[in-house]
Write a protein that binds this ligand. Sequence first.
Ligand code: OGA
Ligand code: NI
Length: 375
Amino acid sequence: MDDQKEWPEPIVRVQSLSESGAAVIPSRYVKPPSERPCLEPPSSSDDGEGLGIPVIDLGRMAGGGVDCPAKIREISDACRDWGFFQVVNHGVSPDLMRRMREVWREFFHLPMEEKQRYANSPQTYEGYGSRLGIQKGAILDWGDYFFLHLLPPSLKDPNKWPKLPSSCRETVEEYGRELSNLCRAVLGALSTSLDLDAGYLQRAFGGDDVGVCMRVNYYPRCPQPDLTLGLSSHSDPGGLTVLLADDHVKGLQVRRAGAWVTLQPLPDAFIVNVGDQVQVLSNAAYKSVEHRVAVNAAAERMSVAFFYNPKSDLPIGPSPELLSPERPPRYQPMTFDQYRLYIRQKGPRGKSQVDSLLKSSPPCHYSTTVNSDGS
Ligand code: OGA
Ligand code: NI
């Protein structure tokens, strides 16, 4: 069961359901009333409130770090307060961002037979997928995705990346290099903002041996968007997530003080959020905040989530430098290999996973099996 090789039920592509033109979604996608999205009334003018999360101007030249004390302070406030922020002037070229969106939009619009060559399995999740979690009978999310590994080199297999469109592989390579640089710089700023030395979190992640993977999310149009979600509430299990979202179709919602705030990405910005591993390393000074995706009837939406993670076999626990008698360690250490089996088996489930590491809760024994490929 733990290393299940196949999905428990035949996979249905959400894109096919959407394109069938049916006016009603299958009951497998209907969420219980408490989980349904609160869709905003359509408004002709943006009320400004939609910006929500802090916007941080990194003022960063390509390859440069972030060391201005005022910016560090903004980042610290954003990580404590929201767990999310947008970055502008981040040093990644808008042209590369545009090309990345373009190749993936083209991929998802290829004929189904072409995409099916990359159909994924729950063993590694690499490839074209339509569900997270392997629980039979689970209520599913209204989205398809493509998942791939960039690092470590042993997990990177460009042959599993789409051959079409023809520029896909080289665009992903270039994007991977640029985003890894950005993540390293942001992680440096996060370290400094926690009063740690700038290289601290990068070292805690394993130095040059970090793990990097990517999920391109594709949310087709949905005839009943008020009944379902494109991605159920979750916090990201890894270290840091940098999201390239559509700037003309909203959908991402972040939990704040019990309410859901819909984000409005700025043009050419990235959305950055703290993952569970940073929450653990910072001993909960920084929060990995729950988020989810609402879908809509009028337009499809796409996003590219870039995950920057600790080396998968290092035990990750609260940093000793951040502990004191007043601030005892809140979490028990666990490797990321063990940790991510939870979301891979159970699917997105709010913050139940990181909470299971709390010292006061009984140790969780969901599984200690690690796939042979280390994913
Ligand atoms: C994710 C995620 C948000 C989005 O992939 O983990 O939260 O807007 N995506 O697609
Ligand atoms: Ni997420």
